[in-house]
Design a protein around this ligand. Structure first.
Ligand SMILES: C[S@@+](CC[C@H](N)C(=O)[O-])C[C@H]1O[C@@H](n2cnc3c(N)ncnc32)[C@H](O)[C@@H]1O
Length: 298
C-alpha cells in the first residue's frame, strides 16, 4: 500500500532543491516527493504540503515527522493555492509540484470506491469525510444524471468508446436497483461491452471509473485554475512541475505552458514530456501513464 513516488529522480533533478529553499507540494499523498525535497533543503528550507484527503495528509504527516519544524500541512483543494500560501505567509517559493490523481492509499485502502477491484460504496470524493456540502458522489451521478449527460462524461473525461452502450445498460439497471457500489457498476459495464473488450490488458471499467472520478472532483477545472496561481506564486527562476496520468490533463498543462511562454512569463524546460524509464514501470506499474512537464518562472 505504500505509495511509490513516480519519477522521483526526475522531479528532484528538475526542482533542484537547495539548502534553505521553500517548496510547495500541492498533492502531498504519501509524502514521497516531499520527503526527498525536505532532505535536500535542510537546515532551514520549508515545505508547504497540501492534500484534499485528510487521511492521506495524516499518513504524510507521520512520514515527515522528523521534519516537523520545517513542514506545514494543509487539508484543502489545491484550487485554493493562493489563499493557502497567503494565509501561511509562505514566501519566497522556489518550486511547486503537482502529482495528480490517485495514490496507492486512495486506491487500495481509503474505502472511497476508487478501485474497480474492491467492492465499496461508489463515493470517489477526495475530500471525504469533510467533503464540501452538496458535492455529488459517483453513485449520485450514475443514478441520477440524464442519459445524455452520462454519455458526455464517459466520452469526454474517459474517452470511453462504448460510452453509449454502457449508459444504455446503466439506465436499464437503475430502473430496478440503485447502482451504488463499485462491483454493481463493474457488472453493468461487463454486460454492456463486447467480449474482446474484456480480454484486453486494461480492465473494461478503467475508463468509466476515471471519468467518474474526474467528474465528481471537477479535476480538469481544478487543474486549469491552479496553474496560473502556481505560476504567480513562484519566485523568478522558480520551477513548476506537473505529473499527469491522462491525456486530458497533460493537454491542459501543455497548452498553459505554451500560452505563458508566448507571453514570456515562463520558460518551458521540457519541450516533450518526461516519461518513466521502462525499469520504473516494471518496478511500479502505476507510473506507466505518467507524463511530467516542467516550466521555469521568468
Ligand atoms: C498521486 S498522489 C501524490 C503522491 C505523492 N506525490 C507521493 O509521492 O506520495 C495525488 C494526491 O493528490 C491529492 N489530490 C488530488 N486532487 C487534489 C486537489 N484538487 N487538491 C488537493 N489534493 C488533491 C489526492 O488526495 C492524492 O493524495
Amino acid at each position: 500500500m505504500n505509495h511509490i513516488p513516480v519519477l522521483l529522480a526526475e522531479v528532484i533533478l528538475n526542482l533542484n532543491p537547495k539548502p534553505n529553499q521553500n517548496f510547495v507540494d500541492c498533492t502531498l499523498g504519501g509524502g514521497g516527493h516531499a520527503e526527498a525535497i525536505l532532505e535536500k533543503t535542510s537546515p532551514q528550507g520549508k515545505l508547504l504540503g497540501i492534500d484534499w484527503n485528510k487521511a492521506s495528509l495524516r499518513i504524510a504527516q507521520k512520514r515527515l515527522a522528523s521534519f516537523k519544524n520545517r513542514s506545514i500541512f494543509v487539508c484543502d483543494n489545491f484550487v485554493n493555492l493562493t489563499k493557502i500560501v497567503r494565509e501561511n505567509n509562505f514566501v519566497p517559493i522556489s518550486g511547486i509540484l503537482l502529482d495528480l490523481g490517485l495514490s496507492s492509499y486512495l486506491l487500495e485502502a481509503a474505502k472511497l470506491g476508487f478501485s474497480f477491484r474492491i467492492n465499496e460504496y461508489l463515493d470517489m470524493r477526495y475530500g471525504q469525510p469533510t467533503a464540501v456540502m452538496g458535492q455529488l458522489t459517483a453513485a449520485d451521478i450514475v443514478n441520477t444524471y440524464l442519459e445524455k449527460e452520462l454519455i458526455k462524461i464517459f466520452k469526454k473525461y474517459g474517452e470511453e468508446r462504448y460510452a453509449k452502450a454502457i449508459v444504455r445498460e446503466i439506465v436499464q439497471v437503475r430502473k430496478k436497483e440503485k447502482i451504488d457500489t463499485t462491483f454493481k457498476l463493474v457488472n453493468v459495464i461487463s454486460k454492456a461491452v463486447p467480449e474482446f473488450y474484456k480480454r484486453r490488458r486494461i480492465h473494461p471499467a478503467t475508463k468509466v471509473f476515471q471519468a467518474l472520478r474526474v467528474a465528481v472532483n471537477d479535476e480538469l477545472e481544478n487543474l486549469r485554475q491552479v496553474l496560473p496561481q502556481a505560476q504567480e506564486m513562484l519566485e523568478p527562476k522558480g520551477r513548476l512541475i506537473v505529473i499527469s496520468y491522462q491525456s486530458l490533463e497533460d493537454r491542459i498543462v501543455k497548452n498553459f505552458f505554451k500560452e505563458k511562454s508566448k507571453e514570456d512569463t515562463i520558460k518551458i524546460i521540457t519541450k516533450k514530456p518526461i516519461i518513466p524509464h521502462y525499469k520504473e514501470i516494471v518496478r511500479n506499474p502505476r507510473s506507466r501513464s505518467a507524463k511530467m512537464r516542467v516550466a521555469e518562472r521568468t
